[in-house]
Design a protein around this ligand. Sequence first.
Ligand code: SUG
Length: 415
Amino acid sequence: MLTEINFDGIVGPSHNYAGLSLGNIASANNAGDPSFPRAAALQGMAKMRGNLARLGVQGFLLPLPRPNHGLLDALALDETTPPQLRAAAWSASSMWTANAATVSPAPDTADGRCHLTAANLVTMLHRAQEWPDTKRQLEVAFGDTRHFAIHDAVPPTFGDEGAANHMRLCESHETPGVEVFVYGKTGGRFPARQHEQASRIVARRHGLDPARTVFIEQNPDAIAAGAFHNDVVAVANGRVLFTHDEAFADQQGAYDAIRAAFPALEVVEVPSSAVTLQEAIRTYLFNAQLLTLPSGEMALIVPEECRESPSVWGWVETMLAGNGPIRQVIPVDVRQSMANGGGPACLRLRVVCDPATVDPRFLLDEAKADLIESVIARTWPEQIDPSDIGSDSLAASVIAARLALLDALDLAQLG
Ligand code: SUG
């Protein structure tokens, strides 16, 4: 039985606010603030527990090794080096697993396996270091080569940000779906992180049927407003595309192109007159997990920030009073991640597969959630101030914390 499993990134012990992501408004606004890694990781665990209870299945991926000594050496740091360069090697950004890889489920691919391409994330230094370690972890979690194929990242300079710019529409997970790749064009005030050719390379590698593959341009105004990934302004699940009306360069053209490949498409569009692009980006209404519950109803898992916004919550209440496909809206507290521009959807990688084919060490149950939380509570730093980045004592404690988690989960091989 193929089912969708959300693999959430466990927030790493070096989680901090270094302002590393140009074009990510939250990251810029919170640069230099103290961070709270333990609280951050526990917020992520609470979200996972909620979805485990709702869906009966939940996966996770582990933090990558930080500080990254290979990167620190390569940067030849000295006292003249800007602090952001050092901070890059300390970033816990692998928590946003929507950027770990692009995933094409088995029914969509030519060889009938689920294909994953690690995202190169080349636009940002702190993210470009992720993919070799990410790929190593994917090869363990999805190591059964009868069911999975794991690819290297797309070569530079074609920026690829993984599932954050990829949506899948389907009638059921057992049947072929339509995969939608959203890319940006350079030239605006902020970087366009997803290159069209990267998306096309991923689609070809995965053996997707061109008749069921759609390529769409992001709205340059959305990128300029802070939608550095398409999943900040749109999310899809089943037959439903939930989107802001300024998400795509040609909004109607985008709907027409998707509908040509997927006639059952249902669009839930939020007009700018109800929620401005700026408010959508501030609250991350669209960086939501759109879930199909066992009852068949759809639920939207949104950040708490949405409930506090009169315009966003007003739209939500009006939407719920109607008879659209989204029947529940559930706020969750992921404020520590949000302060770096990562909402509920950034924190998860969706993999449609048979859970029995996944390495069980990456699947969560209540007992394992207790275990992970106890390691986090015992070993994750409570607070990191920007001036701590680079200190030997902090390095020792974040390295030890991660290794304690790997040990507890019998995954020391990733050390
Ligand atoms: O790549 N933030 C991440 C947020 C990623 C969100 N993911 C999705 N939308 N799918 C990024 O910009 C901030 C790190 C810092 O500034 O310290 C950061 O990397």
